[in-house]
Write a protein that binds this ligand. Structure first.
Ligand SMILES: O=C(O)[C@H]1O[C@H](OP(=O)(O)OP(=O)(O)OC[C@H]2O[C@@H](n3ccc(=O)[nH]c3=O)[C@H](O)[C@@H]2O)[C@H](O)[C@@H](O)[C@H]1O
Length: 471
């Protein structure tokens, strides 16, 4: 109201005492200006408070939202990186809570190398399996840093704490068909993440040698069998394959410009205990046990699809041999001193098996028939077959796969049943019933003499003998 009076033109004749009125007007004006000034001051203070709160939140997020940093954390990293053998390595394993990463980490630690894991524990598949692998690694004194390969600050910190001799880069967005659902996750992990990691490695004062996971999928539509490293890889059939192929080109650049020693490993459909639930052998096992149908893709002209399935222990040997034979990087602090080693190897099994045959092996080990639903292969990035020529890896790494699919799947099924039981994914009630039944069987087994005596007194000696034998 006061402001309205002040700014509206005054009506002539309305004011009897002009000087008094002017005084009042001045007074009002002053009062109003000071109110405005106070308001402005208040707003400035509010803005400043908001800005400083924002910067607090921003800087705070470095410490609160990320799971790394601090003296205790650094101590864990250092301790995990400690080498316990002569001429041993200190290895940064990215994707350490993943399938291949966890197995390789355990193998390295077992022989006395220092291992620091890095994993972002994303939910591409059930993170509880990743946590279980983490617990396994922790029990062997391997520390897994929770973080992303795209976090340059974290990588710089890790290299500041530990002068890694090697990096085993296994963190990636895997899966051929999922690339159609979430293409950006492939670019994020397999391209951006790879470049961030290479930048950290190239800048390190003692550059590490790098061994990383490429893929058999880079052969794409190549029809020449078996696939050799020198075959064409310029016809990827999926975005996943394209990002792995891009990774091969990118690593070549870093080798050429900065003197990083690089070895790329083209894995062929790796399977085994603690494997990836998104892969066919794993999801088929789950469905078969649950009595659910499985979809088997078939190629053109009703030709079965085939894969050069490779057992995890063989892959681990190939990875470790790659680290052992890797030459040192030649640069330091971002400067190349001399040409460095650049290698690419197929790590396969050299004996492709069709998908229906793989299902047959699972049925045998699970002792359950699958409900099969055969479907023409959709245009989803799949390739009809893979078959590795491994002569190069055999010659230079001493790589010699020794587990056939029968044996490997038997080990996988054994692990699967011990890990999930028969009732994986079923209702809590059914799981409890299953556990109670198991417990009863155990009790009956342990107490069979007592059960036998009770059965004798109740039903006579024949029933007693049967009961004492454990039914
Ligand atoms: O070597 C690799 O570089 C890749 O290997 C693996 O890819 P793939 O060989 O495609 O394995 P996987 O999905 O187990 O399908 C196996 C077969 O089952 C068929 N398949 C699959 C699913 C289904 O429901 N039905 C079906 O018939 C399917 O058509 C295929 O013929 C990794 O996942 C990948 O991350 C990468 O590492």
């Amino acid at each position: 109201m006061a402001e309205q009076e002040l700014f509206l033109p005054s009506t002539p004749g309305k004011f009897k005492d002009k000087s008094h009125s002017m005084h009042r007007q001045f007074h009002r004006c002053f009062a109003s200006t000071s109110t405005m000034f106070l308001w402005a001051l208040f707003l400035v203070a509010l803005t400043a408070a908001y800005l400083s709160f924002q910067s607090f939140v921003d800087s705070g997020s470095k410490y609160f939202s990320s799971a790394w940093g601090g003296i205790h954390w650094e101590r864990q990293v250092r301790s995990s990186a400690q080498i316990h053998r002569q001429n041993g390595f200190s290895v940064l394993v990215t994707g350490a809570a993943g399938f291949v990463g966890s197995h390789v980490s355990l193998a390295l630690k077992k022989r006395g190398d220092g291992v620091v894991g890095l994993d972002n524990f994303n939910d591409y598949y059930d993170p509880s399996l990743k946590k279980a692998r983490k617990s396994l690694l922790n029990s062997q004194n391997i520390f897994i840093v929770e973080g992303d390969v795209n976090d340059a600050r974290l990588l710089a910190k890790l290299f500041e704490i530990v002068p890694f001799t090697h990096v085993m880069h296994l963190a990636a967005q895997a899966g051929v068909r999922y690339a159609m659902e979430n293409p950006h996750s492939y670019v994020h992990s397999n391209i951006a993440g790879l470049v961030t990691l290479l930048e950290a490695c190239k800048t390190a004062d003692r550059q590490p040698a790098i061994v990383w996971a490429s893929s058999s999928s880079v052969y794409g539509l190549n029809e020449k069998v078996p696939f050799s490293e020198s075959d064409r890889t310029d016809q990827p059939a999926s975005l996943y394959a394209a990002t792995k192929k891009a990774g091969e080109e990118i690593t070549h650049t870093y080798n050429h410009i900065y003197g990083l020693s690089i070895t790329g490993l083209r894995f062929f459909t790796v399977y085994g205990p603690y494997g990836r639930p998104d892969m066919a052998y794993f999801s088929f096992t789950r469905n078969i046990l649950q009595g659910k149908p499985i979809t088997i893709y078939r190629g053109k002209n009703r030709v079965d699809l085939a894969r050069d399935f490779t057992y995890i222990d063989d892959i681990v040997k190939g990875c470790v041999a790659s680290l052992d034979t890797a030459k040192k990087s030649t640069g330091s602090g971002g400067k190349k001193r001399a040409p460095a080693q650049y290698r690419i190897f197929n790590l396969g099994n050299t004996s492709p098996v069709t998908v229906p045959m793989m299902v047959g092996i699972l049925e045998k080990h699970l002792k359950v028939k699958a409900k099969k639903h055969v479907l023409e292969m959709p245009g989803n990035g799949d390739v009809p077959f893979t078959h590795a020529n491994i002569s190069s890896a055999r010659r230079e790494l001493g790589y010699k796969p020794s587990t056939d699919l029968q044996t490997g799947l038997k080990k996988f099924v054994k692990w699967y049943l011990s890990y999930y039981g028969y009732n994986h994914g079923k209702s809590l009630e059914r799981t409890l019933k299953f556990l109670v039944a198991q417990k009863c069987r155990l009790v009956a087994f342990e107490k069979k003499e007592e059960v036998g005596t009770a059965a004798t007194s109740l039903c006579g000696p024949h029933m007693g003998r049967l009961a004492a034998r454990g039914f």
